[in-house]
Design a protein around this ligand. Structure first.
Ligand code: FES
Length: 119
């Protein structure tokens, strides 16, 4: 049996207060000069890259449709849990970041280093 490769140390990033993102809304947060979209779906928080994977367009200008966010520029939908692109023209998924809500704050746990973003 071989040992697993060492994992990069994780870092926890504070995005915003949970009450800044009421159910059914989304908010853009800034992390290391990248944008992260925080979405509250009926109390379940999701965090994804904030810019569409198709072209440069900020997803907080789009809208929530069920469990997905729809980019307002060309109307691709992205599943919030997985980041998967559900419709063309987008093909790449959005990067998604695991969310923890603690002490009324929305946090993400990501590997050390640059934030993963698909473009
Ligand atoms: S920029 Fe988002 S679908 Fe084209």
């Amino acid at each position: 049996m071989t040992a697993a490769a060492p994992q990069a140390a994780a870092r926890r990033i504070d995005l915003c207060a949970a009450d800044e993102v009421p159910p059914g809304t989304m908010k853009m947060c800034d992390v290391d000069d990248e944008m992260v979209l925080v979405v509250n779906l009926d109390g379940r928080f999701h965090a994804t890259q904030g810019v569409c994977s198709h072209q440069y367009f900020e997803l907080d200008n789009g809208f929530l449709t069920g469990d997905a966010v729809t980019c307002a520029l060309h109307l691709s939908r992205f599943e919030l849990a997985t980041g998967d692109a559900l419709d063309p023209p987008a093909e790449l998924p959005l990067a998604v970041y695991p969310v923890v809500v603690e002490g009324g704050r929305v946090l993400i746990d990501v590997p050390a280093g640059p934030l993963e973003v698909n473009r």
